[in-house]
Ligand binder design. Structure first.
Ligand code: ZN
Length: 262
């Protein structure tokens, strides 16, 4: 697949097109771009890094409605974003304390969200994002998908931005892509044992509810390395691995890079 894409990129660049894209322009999608090395690239109004080979990356949010404007060396490419339908589930008659976290943990949640936000804001020169991602656990069942939302006692909750793999507690977790660990925490309020990896240019991945964490902040990890085990730490209803994909603060659908059909 990558060889084919490289071939297409080669054809396109030699026939003087501005850019080639790998990824669909649908809500939640990760998109890999390739242009001529040394080009200046903007996504909407945001300037993005371009690798020495001409690769750049970006993504489209869950509710993105506007067209994307990709500016390459002052030339504009406008792409329409296709809408998706998300699973909405209504549950009524729940005990109120199960719907809203207790007030005494507000400060803790705020602090932890700040750490996560800072890890996602990193804009490094790493170029791993252009490689193919791999499934993090074997023989799992997909038990939760990106974009789904619960409405509890009439209150819409934060949408689910991850991809859940239901699998036995203690199952080994493999890194989906080469990267550098930018956050390794054992006990976050919502996400329990949590890892964040930087893959370059604002592309990061998260692993949540982990039982064991086998890597440290700052460590370089290869795709397929065992980084920990599946657990049910934090606010989880059972053993599962929840993985996330971000382009800076924009939450993307990990299924768009993992060959998993939603
Ligand atoms: Zn989840």
């Amino acid at each position: 697949m990558r060889i084919l894409i490289s071939l297409i990129f080669l054809l396109i660049t030699t026939s003087s097109f501005a850019a080639m894209f790998d990824g669909n322009f649908i809500q939640g999608s990760f998109i890999l771009g390739k242009t001529e090395p040394g080009s200046k690239v903007f996504i909407d109004r945001k300037k993005v890094k371009v690798t020495p080979e001409g690769y750049f990356a970006f993504g489209l949010g869950r509710n993105r409605k506007n067209d994307v404007v990709i500016t390459i060396n002052e030339k504009k490419i406008i792409k329409k974003v296709f809408k998706r339908e998300y699973k909405i589930q209504r549950i009524d008659g729940l005990e109120e304390k199960k719907v809203t976290p207790p007030e005494e943990v507000y400060e803790r949640i705020k602090r932890e969200n700040k750490w996560i936000g800072e890890a996602r804001a990193i804009n490094s020169d790493l170029t791993f994002f252009k490689n193919k991602f791999a499934i993090p656990v074997d023989n799992a069942i997909i038990s939760g998908v990106y974009g789904s939302q619960r409405i509890l006692n009439g209150k819409p909750k934060w949408p689910h931005y991850g991809l859940d793999f239901a699998v036995d507690e203690g199952t080994k977790i493999k890194a989906m892509l080469d990267g550098v660990v930018t956050l390794a925490e054992y006990d976050l309020f919502y996400t329990g044992g949590t890892l964040i990896f930087d893959h370059g240019h604002g592309i990061s991945t998260l692993y949540m509810h982990m039982e064991k964490i086998l890597v440290k902040k700052g460590q370089k990890i290869k795709q397929g390395d065992i980084i920990g085990t599946v657990g049910s730490t934090g606010r989880a209803t059972g053993a599962h691995l929840d993985v996330r994909l971000n382009w800076f603060q924009t939450r993307l659908d990990p299924a768009t890079v993992l060959d998993i059909k939603n």
